[in-house]
Each structure stands twice: as C-alpha cells, then as structure tokens.
Design a protein around this ligand. Structure first.
Ligand code: ZN
Length: 287
C-alpha cells in the first residue's frame, strides 16, 4: 500500500463534513483505477458514517482533475479490484467487450453510484476540470468554483463523442453543449456561472472557506429531508432524460472506441497526453 501522503485519495471527517481529496497533484489528479476505486471506498465510508452529513470532493494541487489517466506509467496499476457493479471482469475478453465492460464498471457505473449517495455532495473546483474531471463535478449536488477554474471536454479530438457520463445536454443549454463538445474549448468559471453550470465563483484564495461555509450550513439541515430532496432532484433529472441520454451516448462512445481500435490500433485515435496538451495549448496530462 502507498504511504498516506502518496495514497491516490485522502479522506478526513471534521464537524459533520467528509473531505474526499484526489491526491495525484503531479499529474493533475488524473484518474487511474487505483484512484477510482479509492474514491468509491471513500464515498462508501462517508455514506455509511452517521457522523457525516455532507461530502466535499476536491483535488490536491493546482487542478481539480485532468480527467482519466491516459498516459502515466501507473495508468493500469493495481487490481484486480473488487467490482462495484454487476458487470463481470471483461479485461481479458476480445474485441469491443473488454473496453465496454470496463467502462460500464469503472466510469459509468461508479459515477452513477456516486450520483446516488443519499447525502449532499459539493465539488470544490480549482484549475482544470477536464473530461473525466467533468464527470466527477457533474455528479455532485453543488459546484463551487475558484475564479481560476475552467471546464473542458476535448475528447472529440480523440475520435470519441464526449466523455462516458454524457450529461452535457443537462448541464448546458443544448446550443452551448454543442459548441462545448464540437470545439472542445475551455469554459471559464465566470462563464460557467452565467450559464448555470456552477453554483458560485469565488476568489481562489477563498475557495476553501466559501465551500466549507456552505457545507457547514448543510450540516445544520435535517439529514433525511436533505436525502429526500436529493432523491427528488435525481429522479427529475431522469425524467428529463439524463439516464436515457447517457445510455444512448455510451453506445456511440463505444462504437467510437471500437472504430478507433480498428482504424488506428488504439481506442483514442492515436492521441496521448502530450498531443492533447499541445492541442489544448495547456499542460493537462490526461483527458
Ligand atoms: Zn471511453
């Protein structure tokens, strides 16, 4: 096991608030399997602990999350993992089965599971919130952003029509969602606030104080009533098409992965972090 300061996720509880911290700052908190399963362990612990009323999800270092790990040596580290959905372990299966089953479990299944945590969750976002990072922010109830935060889904360049948890059309006005995905450009924090994708934008130096002030107010609210309100909002999202949209898009997402594999010999169109970062004119190590 890695030392605590090297663990991919840190977990702490204070005054009714659980803090779940993604902890790979050297690679922008790129999500590899060790991290996604550690996130699930942390969320499971927070959900079960009666002393926890609110969960804050944050990233160590400059960025919230650079997305899924597509380039570090540890990208496939760890495992086999105790599975959290009913999908089987398909990694050794031929053809499109392996990536389809793996992403059902590790990306789509886990995000849906975390979206259903019956306690309010707050994403505290600074710096980049890119592709797979969007998935983690979007599954939270509230998003508090630093004024240096930006949001981006650049995966179309990889020949893939958006990330696995396709909530673009719910999180953004449809016209803006098209632009966001087609161009893959960044949306800054202020713009994200204008279009209703985040709740608040605060100076970066005050991000933690403002986020935890909101969390403390939620701690004072009746626990069950909050859980029930969350259930209502989640079911409304489904009635508005979130679940069906994601399932439909996930099929196209995997048609794209399979096409890329056939044509380019890999699932992401021959892209790697260096090429993606160069194209983004940024320094994001993942996507
Ligand atoms: Zn994928």
């Amino acid at each position: 096991m890695p030392a605590a300061d090297e663990a991919p996720v840190r977990y702490a509880v204070a005054d009714g608030v659980a803090t779940v911290t993604m902890n790979r700052p050297r690679v922008g908190n790129a999500q590899h399997p060790l991290m996604t399963y550690a996130l699930d362990d942390a969320f499971t612990r927070a959900a079960a602990d009666d002393a926890v009323r609110v969960i804050v999800l944050r990233g160590a270092g400059r960025h919230f999350s650079a997305g899924h790990d597509i380039g570090t040596p540890e990208r496939d580290a760890g495992g086999p993992f105790e599975r959290r959905t009913l999908w089987w372990d398909g990694d050794a299966r031929p053809g499109a089965e392996a990536p389809f089953v793996r992403e059902q479990e590790q990306y789509l299944g886990l995000c849906r599971r975390w979206h259903e945590i019956p306690k309010p969750t707050i994403a505290m976002v600074q710096g980049g919130c890119i592709a797979g990072g969007l998935m983690l922010a979007w599954i939270c109830d509230l998003i508090v952003a630093a004024d240096d935060a930006f949001f981006q889904d650049p995966v179309l360049r990889m020949g893939v029509p958006g990330v696995e948890y396709f909530a673009h059309a719910q999180e953004l006005n449809l016209r803006l969602a098209r632009e966001f995905l087609y161009l893959g450009e960044r949306i800054g924090a202020e713009r994200a606030l204008q279009i209703g994708m985040v709740n608040r934008v605060v100076p970066a130096a005050q991000l933690e104080a403002e986020t935890y002030a909101i969390a403390r107010r939620l701690v004072q609210q009746p626990k069950l009533a909050l859980a029930l309100a969350k259930q209502v909002f989640n079911r409304i999202e489904e009635l508005q098409g979130l679940r069906a949209s994601i399932d439909m898009a996930f099929g196209y997402h995997h048609l794209a992965h399979a096409h890329n594999q056939l044509v380019h010999g890999d699932g992401i169109g021959g892209q790697d972090p260096r090429a993606m970062a160069a194209a983004n004119r940024g320094d994001e190590p993942g996507c």
